[in-house]
Ligand binder design. Sequence first.
Ligand code: SF4
Ligand code: SF4
Ligand code: SF4
Length: 310
Amino acid sequence: MKWITLSIDGRQVKVPEGTTVLEACRMHDIPVPTLCHHPELTPTGACRLCVVQIEGMRNLPPSCVTKATEGMVIQTQSERVREARKVILELLVANHPLDCMTCQKMGDCDLADYAFEYGVKGDEFQGEKREVPIEDSNPYILRDMNKCILCGKCVAICEAVPERGVLGFSNRGFDTKVSTFMDTELKDSQCVYCNRCVAVCPVGALVDKNILGKGRLWELEKEEVTCSFCEAGCKFEVNSRNGKVVAVTAKSPSAGRPLCLKGRIGTAFIHDPDLKEKPFVNKDGEFVQVTWAEFLGLGNLGEKLSLLTK
Ligand code: SF4
Ligand code: SF4
Ligand code: SF4
């Protein structure tokens, strides 16, 4: 592997040839804000928040789609760079609902964190707000497209789910939105509720209903475990509050298999030994409750249950 040397914020660093400027910064713990970037997805440069200043370039290129080259001189925190990022955030916030106080995502929201860091209060531009109904018709995912910042991560990650690609962009300009094919609700689409899209959404546009109202993610104690429901052995985090398991989240949604419904909602077993709360499945377009044994396709439910609660 060939290595190249470049300067970032006055530091000489070495990175493998072919590395993007953003990857180079992250390899050396140099923070660069991003909203549309995910290390497991192809970079698109859509949000442009990761712009940097590079000697010899007139414009500020998005670092996620700019290859680092030998001798490059990069500034990630110059006044010009910070001002450009601030304007991007101001534009995003201008048509955002900003109901942070009651938002499930508060404390884990990239937009709110960057707005704080760049001093964006939402009073610079007066933008039109979207007023679309919140989609709450399926048992697993709450979709509030008023909060969507069109980063595209949910679309890209859903495309990576075998035989899915449920989501895409529709309309243009201010009316651009993320929707399903024919703009149906998720319950009427091919969605399998793997929750990959929820895991990558940087704001509160997509929320796991399992966790809704039980606490914010940062308030919960996390323990990394391996799911024992099937042979795939997905890694995930069990989230607890006051000693009670409230949710299961996938740390890396596209590493190996996505965390499936069995792993995510199987926690009901722990607090409901009689298994009264039965899971939902989509049968011919309708959500119906089925037995846990039917849902999980298990031969020996007791054995699996004891593994889960260990
Ligand atoms: S998504 Fe983020 S910025 Fe928007 S209301 Fe929720 S916490 Fe606030
Ligand atoms: S839950 Fe999974 S299948 Fe459904 S839209 Fe999200 S990523 Fe696609
Ligand atoms: S729903 Fe979330 S992940 Fe999808 S485009 Fe909107 S902000 Fe991005």
